[in-house]
Ligand binder design. Structure first.
Ligand code: ZN
Length: 276
């Protein structure tokens, strides 16, 4: 099993069942069986994570998830570093690895059509509270909605989805282009980048593992997200509108998303609605 965690700790966690692997179809890979390749995912968890979001508290079980191909490259480099006693370089090494998160609320065994959010990471919105987009309120409101829903559900936080998949550096450039008049999609094109390059294959594997084929309700205003997940064999989705966080600062951005296919009404944009 790949991981740059010390091998003895790795073994102990694997024995406890808190480090395990799933294949692309969401099936758990038995310890000892050969499991390498591009479509397998290593998962650490469950890890209890008590959250405080503004005025609500949410108890989630956190699962950290990483693609084994990425972990494999890091492992090779880690071995070299160990040999050279280059421990101080581990932080640099690890920061290049995209670790996705699954936040489980409630007991998955009891889920019946649970509420789910697949959230694309947004440093400026989720962490800094930027109002250029509505990602922060969408994430917090999603967790609150899942918690208050019967039986709970889950949020998958996709760390490689910054700027709809173009990364933080390019996203910063698109902000400058937007401020000289381009909309969020035109700005991507000006940089020679796709409108939306997010990869939903890992989300699909995680949904298969945690939902075990159960139908679910997906919090999104973006019909394309339902299709993207469908391309990876995820069915049984009921889309649930998730409108929150509209401010004067992001209305232009949301109007561009509306034009691109997000289901947002004029009323949503005028009265405190949003997109994702
Ligand atoms: Zn955002």
């Amino acid at each position: 099993m790949f991981t740059y965690i010390d091998p003895t700790v790795r073994e102990r966690l694997a024995e406890q069942g808190t480090l395990f692997q799933i294949d692309r179809d969401g099936a758990r890979i038995e310890p000892g069986s050969a499991a390498t390749g591009g479509h397998t995912i290593s998962i650490l968890g469950p890890i209890p994570l008590p959250l405080r979001l503004c005025d609500i508290e949410v108890d989630v079980q956190w699962f950290a998830c990483v693609r084994n191909t990425e972990l494999g490259k890091i492992e090779e480099l880690a071995d070299d570093l160990r040999a050279q006693d280059g421990q101080q370089s581990f932080a640099t090494l690890a920061s290049y690895m995209a670790v996705n998160s699954v936040m489980v609320i409630g007991d998955p065994a009891k889920w019946n059509n649970p509420l789910v959010r697949v959230h694309s990471s947004c440093l400026t919105g989720d962490v800094f509270g930027s109002q250029r987009c509505e990602c922060g309120p969408q994430m917090q409101t999603a967790l609150a909605r899942i918690q208050s829903d019967d039986g709970g559900g889950m949020l998958i936080y996709m760390s490689g989805h910054e700027g709809r998949g173009i990364g933080l550096w390019a996203k910063a450039a698109t902000y400058l282009l937007q401020d000289s008049g381009e909309d969020t999609y035109q700005a991507n094109r000006s940089l020679g980048l796709p409108d939306d390059s997010r990869d939903f294959s890992d989300s699909a594997s995680l949904l298969k593992y945690f939902l075990r084929g159960k139908p679910f309700r997906l919090l999104t205003n973006n019909p394309k997200k339902v299709n993207d997940l469908g391309d990876f064999g995820i069915g049984g989705i009921t889309r649930v509108k998730h409108v929150t966080g509209v401010t004067d600062s992001n209305k232009r951005y949301l109007t561009a998303k509306q034009g691109w296919g997000h289901e947002l009404s004029e009323e949503d944009l005028g009265k405190g609605g949003g997109s994702d």
